[in-house]
Design a protein around this ligand. Structure first.
Ligand code: MN
Length: 419
């Protein structure tokens, strides 16, 4: 595939995250416009509500864009997903007969406020990065050997949808209960080991019935799109609480997603296989398609007052051991109902080399080997005022399918009890 040309000039650049090939879905507002669904195209956004009201963008029997979230499009089903993408491509393509009508429905992306692109029904986080799991084993248990179940099950835990926020939302350092290894008793206060996790988020677009399992291929068809996901983690809170039931408060205070849902359709040309299996997976976990994607990822860190961010890690989504479709299949296999708007975190994405580690825990080896930023400052974990940015893009021939930045800044812990 090569760059598809649009009459929106800024979309015809090899540098833009949002060429005509991409068409990601977000929700935006301006001083004059209420929050509404929009499609990013180059430096602009097509106002879907205006386009629908004008009769330019009608692909279903009922209005899809009378609400400021994408769940109604998802729930309308994959036929609508395909029709919508085809119609948007036709409207925005170079030479389109709709150019004159659509021109007035474009809003400059710069300066708009971006909102959550969908209502997150529930949030589940997985642990499917092999290098990450091995690193965490080496750091926490003194051995990189994987848990006995890891090569057979996509391990996950049920997280909180209530604290999933859109890029640009500040995150307060969480308070919580911790216990230092040499302390006799636990104590309460702000986390001292605040971390990030570089992940992809898969957005489920179709619901399933309670009690009804699905195949991996059905799961693949159910995934509406992907976002970048930062699973903020308080390692000291997590370390004290996690046995025997897994993460709880250490993960519940914030999860940031990038503002644009990049559709599975836009990523289709970038499918990548899961790696060779150490053990053959049980048959229910077998699908017919390559379930990962070749998406280059980067983590940047910018301390308060620094002129620019430092790139601290680069890796690729194709490093994962389990795909989102395999995770979704496993999630539903016992009969758990899945809902349109469910968000699945991939698990931290780390490659083999240290420069590819997707968390500060790994990059600084639990704070024992602090790394240096371009400003000369060093870091083991996050300091107040640090801004973390995740970036990602699938690279085509002269174009890319980008996600837009996934940004969050750490604010000091809140004072509690309030004074
Ligand atoms: Mn995670």
């Amino acid at each position: 595939m090569t760059l598809l040309k649009s009459w929106v000039a800024s979309a015809n650049s090899a540098e833009t995250d949002f060429p005509l090939n991409n068409l990601p879905y977000g929700v935006f507002s301006t001083d004059d416009l209420d929050p509404r669904c929009g499609v990013a195209i180059g430096d602009m956004i097509l106002d879907c509500r205006a386009a629908e009201e004008a009769g330019l963008l009608v692909v279903a029997d009922e209005p899809l864009f009378d609400v400021p979230f994408w769940n109604e499009v998802m729930e309308d089903g994959s036929e609508t997903w395909a029709k919508l993408r085809a119609r948007l491509t036709a409207i925005l393509a170079a030479g389109s007969e709709d150019e004159a009508a659509a021109k007035d429905m474009l809003v400059a992306r710069e300066g708009v406020e971006l909102h959550m692109p969908c209502l997150v029904a529930e949030y589940t986080d997985f642990y499917a990065g092999r290098q990450h799991a091995q690193n965490m084993g080496a750091i926490l248990r003194g051995s990189p050997s994987l848990p006995a179940n890891w090569l057979h099950i996509p391990i996950g835990y049920n997280g909180r949808a209530s604290s999933v926020v859109v890029s640009g939302t500040d995150i307060h350092r969480p308070n919580g209960q911790t216990k230092a290894p040499d302390a006799e008793m636990p104590s309460f206060g702000p986390s001292k080991r605040l971390d990030i996790e570089l992940e992809m988020g898969a957005i489920v677009g179709k619901s399933t019935d309670l009690g009804q399992p699905i195949t991996v291929d059905e799961a693949d068809d159910m995934i509406f799109g992907y976002v970048l996901l930062n699973d903020w983690s308080a390692r000291d809170i997590q370390g004290w609480e996690y046995q025997p039931l897994g993460p709880f408060q250490g993960k519940a205070f914030g999860t940031t997603i990038s503002p644009w849902i990049v559709t599975a359709a836009a990523l289709e040309d970038f499918r990548a296989p899961t790696p060779e299996r150490d053990f053959t997976l049980l048959p229910y976990l077998n699908g017919s398609k390559d379930g990962l994607y070749d998406i280059e990822l980067e983590v940047l860190m910018q301390p308060e007052g620094a002129a620019k961010a430092t790139s601290i890690a680069k890796t690729n989504y194709n490093r994962m051991y389990y795909s989102a479709a395999e995770q979704l299949c496993h999630h539903a296999i016992g009969g758990c109902a899945m809902t349109a708007g469910d968000l699945l975190g991939s698990g931290t994405i780390s490659g083999a080399d240290k420069s590819e580690y997707g968390s500060l825990m790994e990059l600084s080896w639990a704070g024992k080997e602090p790394f240096t930023l371009d400003t000369g400052e060093t870091r083991g974990f996050l300091e107040d005022g640090d801004t973390m940015t995740l970036r990602g893009a699938a690279k085509g021939d002269g174009y890319k399918i980008g996600f837009g930045d996934c940004v969050g800044k750490i604010l000091p812990a809140v004072t509690w009890p309030a004074k």
